[in-house]
Design a binder for this molecule. Structure first.
Ligand code: KIV
Ligand code: ZN
Length: 502
């Protein structure tokens, strides 16, 4: 029996990008959109065009850059939003407008200060107006998770009659439990007369950690589109993660559903999104976490060596983890490096590859073998080094037991060198104090996070930093074998963005 296909609607660039600190520029968004296309998603929600000129422009450029997936733009049920979205989608080969309005008691009464009948009228009007620009119109019933099912069914029937091709049933607040969300979808299937004229879509948030379970309940009860993000990023606790839904359907053949996702590209895409959005993936995250396929106990290691399936339900190679294939060391050539970069989803020109290769040899001299995470850092450094206005040229720290931690550093700021020394409670604090002395601005450090990338004492440290200046937050990232250097580089990355903006 052939399997039913569940369409994958990726909203990493819209719901995912709403997360503070995860904002991408248009070039980075195009990079992600192309990776999503290669991954095999059916729909890319590219942005909310009325929200900012940057978002508008990103929808335009993604529409030009991407060929196969449908490109979707979000709107409220407001005429101006719909006109702007239609304009942003003018180059899309397969455009879709995603419009909608709140349908729960909370939204109708407290947010929209309206009533049930008026909301239905506004929903119909928005869908009809969107339909005058594009054929493919998706309607979202915001807070459907907490909406009354009988009323929700009336709204859905009305918008399908008005021309909606897809009806999205968001659990906006992540409140539902799986049995309840599944029942909601079943209720719509059984009680909306024209439901066969539209695709039902799930859109679940993870506030109670149930986004994936709810999405699965939705599709097992008849939804045929799942709205998801890479690594599950998104508002608050995030959205349903793409990799979890794709791998559940691939792994559990008995569910009898399939997707168009090329699972071998999952890991590369996950790392790209994490790197560009400066959003680390938690080590124990299902499918893409650093420990998702690591067996640490002796019993498990022994079991896996006897037969991988004793403890693994997914072959790591199926999600693009190919650890044993080629080990990159200082003796590896450009071809091996290129092969690994291709696997990670990066296609570099000959000149770019030469630059990255030089940097790679430098790292490989210091570290026995270079892992995918190291390569991503090398690539990130390569990109960032072209647009820095603050560069750390020299850093020396004195620290240890019974010593006053002191840092001396030289920073090049817009081409001129500045050198300062300062003390602190530790080497990182001393180095940051020296930077503050040079920049003479009162920036407040709001968040400082150090993470090891792989394992071992020759590991590289990744540092994420958030600073605050005049009420605005800026984010920075640094990576180095020396965590003090990584910390200063992350700090400079954030300060540099702050100085550019002020
Ligand atoms: O969570 C939600 O309700 C949304 C809609 C705008 C689709 O993101
Ligand atoms: Zn959402």
């Amino acid at each position: 029996m052939s399997k039913d296909k569940v369409l994958i609607f990726d909203t990493t660039l819209r719901d995912g990008e709403q997360v503070p600190g995860c904002q991408l520029n248009t070039v980075e968004k195009i990079e992600v959109a192309k990776a999503l296309e290669a991954l095999g998603v059916d729909v890319i929600e590219a942005g909310f065009p009325i929200s900012s000129p940057g978002d508008f422009n990103s929808v335009v450029e993604i529409s030009k850059a991407v060929n196969n997936p449908t490109i979707c733009a979000l709107t409220r049920a407001v005429k101006k939003d719909i006109e702007v979205a239609a304009d942003a989608l003018k180059y899309a080969k397969h455009p879709r407008i995603h419009t909608g309005i709140g349908t729960s008691h909370y939204h109708i009464v407290y947010k929209l200060k309206s009533n049930e009948e008026e909301i239905i009228e506004r929903a119909i009007e928005a869908v009809k107006y969107a339909k005058s620009f594009v054929e493919d119109v998706e309607f979202y019933a915001e807070d459907a998770g907490r909406s009354d099912n009988v009323y929700l069914a009336r709204v859905i029937e009305a918008v399908i009659a008005a021309g909606a091709t897809v009806v999205n049933i968001p659990d906006t607040t992540g409140y539902c439990i799986p049995e309840e969300y599944g029942r909601k979808i079943k209720f719509l299937k059984e009680n909306v007369k024209n439901i066969d004229k539209a695709i039902i879509s799930t859109h679940c948030h993870n506030d109670l950690g149930m986004a994936t379970a709810n999405t699965l309940a939705g599709i097992m009860n008849g939804a045929r589109q799942a709205e998801v993000t890479i690594n599950g990023i998104g508002e608050r606790a995030g959205n349903t993660s793409l990799e979890e839904i794709a791998m559940i359907l691939q792994c559990r053949k008995d569910v009898n559903l399939t997707t168009g996702i090329n699972s071998k590209k999952i890991m590369g895409t996950s790392k790209m999104v994490s790197r560009l959005m400066r959003m680390p993936v938690q080590a124990n995250k299902a499918i893409v976490g650093r420990n998702a396929f690591a067996h640490s106990s002796g019993i498990h290691q022994d079991g896996v060596l006897k037969n991988r399936e004793n403890y693994e339900i997914i072959d790591p190679q199926d999600v693009g983890i190919n650890e044993s294939s080629i080990i990159l060391t200082a003796r590896s050539g450009r071809a091996a490096l290129k092969h690994r970069l291709d696997n990670l989803g990066f296609t570099l020109s000959k000149e770019e590859l030469d630059d990255v290769y030089d940097k790679f040899l430098n790292y490989a001299d210091k570290k026995k073998d270079i892992q995918d995470d190291d390569l991503l850092i090398i690539l990130g450094e390569e990109k960032r080094s072209h647009d820095k206005n603050l560069v750390l040229k020299h850093l020396q720290v004195i620290c240890g037991k019974q010593t006053i931690p002191t840092a001396t550093l030289t920073i090049s700021y817009n081409g001129k060198d500045y050198t300062e020394s300062e003390k602190g409670v530790g080497p990182v604090d001393a180095a940051m104090n020296a930077v503050r002395k040079i920049i003479k601005e009162k920036v407040k450090l709001e968040e400082y996070l150090v993470q090891a990338i792989t394992r071992g004492s020759d590991d590289m440290g990744k540092v994420h930093i958030e600073i605050e200046y005049n009420g605005v937050h800026y984010f920075g990232f640094g990576a180095n074998y020396d965590v003090v250097t990584a910390s200063v580089e992350a700090f400079l990355d954030a300060v540099s963005k702050c100085l550019k903006a002020n």
